[in-house]
Design a protein around this ligand. Structure first.
Ligand code: ATP
Ligand code: MG
Ligand code: MG
Ligand code: MG
Length: 570
């Protein structure tokens, strides 16, 4: 590719809207352009990286025996009603009506659509196992789209779905995807870790997340200090639930809740949606109440979806592991105290809540009055929160379930996620097949996602320096750039062209920066964009029969003979 005919616009300034390095550098290198919050155009350089990641993913999916298809972006509400998720998915699901007032959504994920396909096409164990995948645009109306491609609203995902007649088969399909994911991230040149994950809102029986290790990662990775085991923060019994819903704030309402004791009972009785409530919450209160100094940690039991809460464990962790908490605070168990309890609303104490609670709106709390609760409590508005604290620090001392050693917390970026779903969707949507004995039974499923754009962005988070990006070769937009240094010197131009052509013929994905620009400008751009190799052809070195090769990662410079086989030596 000749840069004079290509489309690259770099920028010097650090764009103010970009908080993380990958976002800054992708904008500065002219790889993406913002269209709206969380929605980006992929400019040619950015698209090249996206395609490289896609191809690595595709190759490994095919190798694992998965079969590619392409499903529609627009999905009818009926399928989501059948699975039961139309009412439960929340605002991330972008819904709209067509001209005939029929409900549709933009696919945030494709379990419903794929299950419907398999339901209509597969009716016997003989047609399984089968794993189908696509690489396609998803839409999730994220509350806080940010960090460029890292957390977009419109983004490209590879999603795969496996179908087996029984559990044992499903486990094999799962393992194949697990192995394929490792190959994908290794091939992309990314340092990563596989963590045991909670199955969350999507449901299912077990799950792993693939985390690219980077200090700027949004996720905590809990790694055992002795063995190989790692878990995500939820699995390690911690509480961060993610995102704050933007909801209408309703007035407080005191309601009678006779004979309702557990959180679930109260929630059901009041008909409140508890899907977005964390599993456990921890509130720290301090101050003077009734003339008495109060320093209390409330461990409150929350229920989300159909999850079990291991409250005792959380309590013990708080007690045993956090020197700060256990020494100075009284720990109070608030199990069964309803959907949440902050004690009396407007309590005259300093109240700190763990980070996870920042995201919770319109909750129900105990009214401090028997058989009554208060609805529509919003922490910011009603509880006089003095601050938030990160409970994860307190909980990171939890023990490894395999060997009992301590955890160590590092940061990571969730680039891939695999789930064994079991029969959740096949049962609700009626996808059944005949087993060997002629019995019609629900198909056992798995689902497997990789964020393509997020993977590209995470490669930058792991590989950059003060001058710009340092692409791993496999996902670099170009593997090498040839820079004619003196653009008015015929011999230089000729040699640069020759090397460029030669590299092209050798199958190297190479760019020649043939712009009529100063060498400094070209070098700065090459460093910023981060091609793994830069070959500079300059008058000075050429007079000694040499060209210069710069290795971007190490900044090492090698002089090689500018003879006919120069390209081969590169
Ligand atoms: P997160 O916890 O970061 O919100 P998720 O758990 O909701 O991600 P999954 O439903 O597991 O995401 O989707 C599979 C993969 O899709 C993720 O592992 C991630 O790589 C990617 N992904 C999810 N949401 C986004 C997004 N908003 N922007 C870019 N990639 C995303
Ligand atoms: Mg998400
Ligand atoms: Mg996640
Ligand atoms: Mg996930």
């Amino acid at each position: 590719m000749r840069q004079s005919r290509y489309f690259i616009q770099t920028m010097r300034e650090i764009p103010s809207e970009a908080e993380v390095i990958s976002h800054q550098l992708m904008l500065r290198a002219g790889m993406i352009k913002k269209v709206a919050a969380g929605i980006y155009d992929y400019l040619p350089l950015g698209l090249k990286v996206i395609r490289k990641v896609e191809n690595i993913v595709r190759e490994n999916m095919n190798k694992a025996g998965a079969v590619e298809l392409l499903m529609s972006v627009v999905q009818p509400a009926e399928l989501w009603q059948l699975s039961g998720r139309w009412n439960h998915f929340g605002k991330e699901l972008l819904r709209f009506k067509d001209r005939g007032e029929r409900d549709f959504c933009l696919g945030p994920t494709h379990e419903e659509v794929i299950t419907d396909i398999v339901k209509s096409q597969v009716n016997s164990y003989k047609q399984m196992p089968v794993t189908l995948y696509q690489i396609q645009t998803k839409f999730r109306d994220e509350v806080r789209p940010r960090f460029g491609l890292m957390r977009g609203r419109e983004f490209i995902m590879k999603d795969a779905y496996s179908f087996d007649i029984d559990d044992a088969g499903a486990d094999i399909s799962y393992q194949k995807m697990y192995d394929a994911y490792r190959s994908v991230f290794n091939a992309c040149g990314l340092r990563h870790k596989v963590v045991d994950a909670d199955t969350g809102a999507i449901g299912g029986s077990f799950s792993h997340e693939f985390m690219v290790l980077a200090d700027t990662g949004e996720d905590a990775v809990m790694s055992c200090t002795k063995c190989d085991y790692s878990a995500n923060i939820e699995k390690a019994q911690v509480v961060d639930n993610g995102e704050k819903e933007t909801v209408e704030l309703s007035p407080l309402e005191e309601v009678a809740t006779p004979d309702k004791h557990t959180a679930l009972e109260v929630a059901e009785f009041l008909g409140v949606d508890i899907k977005h409530v964390p599993k456990t919450m921890i509130i720290r209160c301090e101050g003077v109440m009734d003339g008495k100094e109060e320093k209390t940690i409330f461990v409150a039991c929350m229920v989300r979806g159909d999850h079990e809460v291991n409250l005792t464990k959380v309590k013990n962790i708080v007690k045993a592991k956090s020197a700060e908490f256990a020494e100075h605070y009284e720990v109070q168990d608030m199990t069964g105290c309803a959907v949440g309890s902050l004690g009396p609303v407007n309590m005259p104490l300093k109240v700190y809540v763990d980070n996870a609670l920042k995201y919770v709106s319109n909750i129900v709390v105990g009214a401090n009055k028997e058989s009554y609760h208060i609805k529509n409590v919003n922490l910011d508005r009603d509880a006089k929160i003095e601050g938030y604290f990160d409970i994860r620090n307190a909980l990171s001392g939890d023990k490894c379930p395999l060997c009992g050693a301590e955890y160590e917390e590092t940061r990571g970026i969730e680039v891939g996620h695999i789930f064994k779903l079991g029969t959740k969707y096949s049962e609700s949507m009626g996808a059944k097949a005949l087993d060997k004995n002629g019995k019609n039974i629900p198909i056992v499923m798995g689902c497997y996602g990789i964020g393509i754009g997020r993977t590209a962005a995470s490669a930058i988070e792991q590989n950059y320096d003060e001058s710009g990006i340092i692409w791993p070769k496999a996902v670099a937009p170009f593997e090498a750039v040839v820079v004619p240094v003196n653009t008015n010197d015929e011999e230089v131009i000729k040699k640069a062209d020759e090397i460029y052509e030669c590299l092209l013929n050798m199958g190297v994905d190479v760019l020649i920066d043939d712009r009529n620009e100063r060498a400094g400008v070209k070098f700065n751009d090459a460093d910023l964009i981060g091609y793994p190799l830069r070959v500079s052809v300059g008058k000075k070195t050429l007079s000694d029969g040499k060209v210069e090769v710069l290795i971007r990662r190490t900044k090492e410079v090698i002089l090689i003979d500018a003879d006919n086989s120069a390209a081969e030596k590169i």
